[in-house]
Structure formats: C-alpha cells, structure tokens
Design a protein around this ligand. Sequence first.
Ligand code: PGA
Length: 272
Amino acid sequence: MATGSENWNLTVFRDSPAASEATADVVSAAIRSKPDAAIAFPTGSTPLHMFDILAARAARGDIDFSSVTVFCLDEYVGVTVEDPNSLTRWLKEGVLDRIGVKFERLHTLPVTAEDLTAAAAEYEKAIAARGGLDLAVLGLGPNGHIGYNEPGSSAGSRTRVITLTPESRSQASAYWEGAVQIPDRAMTMGVGTLLEAKRIVLLVIGDAKADMLRKTLEDPMSVEVPASWLRIAGPRLTVIADEAAASSLSVMHPGQSAEPEHRGGASRDRSN
Ligand code: PGA
C-alpha cells in the first residue's frame, strides 16, 4: 500500500465563511505569484461561498484571473456545455464568467468524443503541456470521492470514464433540472493526475462530512476512500475545514493548526 509522509497541513476554521475565505486566500495567492496559473476548481455546494469571495475580489480589481487557465475536473459523459445540467456550464456561469476567465481559457473534458479513452489521454497531455496543474481545489464527496474518482479509484488513476455510484447519482440529482435521467458515467481527472498538482486544497465544510473527513485523514489510505490518497502529496496538500467538518477527528495531526484568533493550546503554528 502506498504511504504518505503525512506532513500535509490541516487548518480548522470556526465556520464556513472563515474556511471559504482562507481557501479564497490560497487561490488569490497562487494567482498573484503566477498570473497564468493552471487551476482546477470543484463543483458542488461546498465552494459556493469561496467563489462569491473570489468574484468580489475580481470585481474590486484585487485579483486578475484573465491569464489563468482552468481545467475541468469532471463532467457527465455525453453532456455538452449547452446542456443546462452540464458541470462545465455550471462552472462557467457560476464562477468563471464572474471572475473573468474567458471560455477560451477553459479546457473542457472531451465527454462527447467517439473514442473516450483516447480523448481522455489527450486531456492528460494538455495538462502536461501546460506544465501540470499549479493548483487543484477540491471538495470531498459524501462517499469519499474527489472529482468523480469514486470508491475503487486507485492512487495512480488518470483522466478516464468512470461509472457513478448510486450515492453520487442521488447527490447529483439535487442539481439536475426537471425529470431527466442522471447519466451513469462521467469523465474525471484521475487521482494520479490530481496528485501531480503543485498544490492541492481540500475544502471540507459541515458536519455531514465529519465522518468522511475522519476516514480521509485518519484511516489507512485505500481505494474505499479515494480522497485519502491525497495524503501522498504531503506538504503540497492543505486541508481546510470548518469546526463542524473537523468534529470527528480524533487526533491532532502534525500539520494541524486552528485559525489564528481561534488557536487552542494544543495547536501548532500554521506550517505553510
Ligand atoms: P458538495 O459535493 O460540495 O455538494 O458536498 C462535494 C463533492 O461531491 O465533491
């Protein structure tokens, strides 16, 4: 079994707004230090507040996203960007249009290709040609998925088509409009693809994720909880959680700290 150095960082914030702001700070810092950074953003409800903060900063001119390249993390097979239920469309309208990333700077997953396997390999090449991801911001799925790397996904998995679990399809149904059939397959960047990012941020909010965050960080890394593989990234991984999501953690982790105004006696200094 792969082992990580376990020197990743975890910072626990009082609440969702504070955790979202800290995540927005990481994104902002990444772009300030590299204006043409290549980034992957998550979809889902977790990052919504973080996106609002980034949009406000972009509107104020505090941060310029115009040279950033975004790679889509996941998309349903056969679903085009014109489809109201497309994750790419969600990302474009909900985030990229608001922060000023033009559609030309968005790499979409080739989910309508005739040969999906070959097209996924080309997507990997496009990421590599860009020098890899500078930053991958991820959410934690209720079943431990990252992107759509469902349970069963290995640490070395690459961009590919995956069959969605019933749990993920039911989670997705909340976002789908009308009585549509939820696709049973998606294309996702692989765990191995994500692990090569220069920096990874896992944002986890709310008590519904507490047990899964504990498994992600404290159980042995395994295919059962694909997010657990992120620990392999060591210091390149920053986990940002609110207190509710961190409430089931049983041990103080080496890189763990609380937000500055909320630091307890046992906490160590922020190591990044
Ligand atoms: P959520 O989804 O933010 O809506 O909980 C997270 C995910 O599935 O990655």
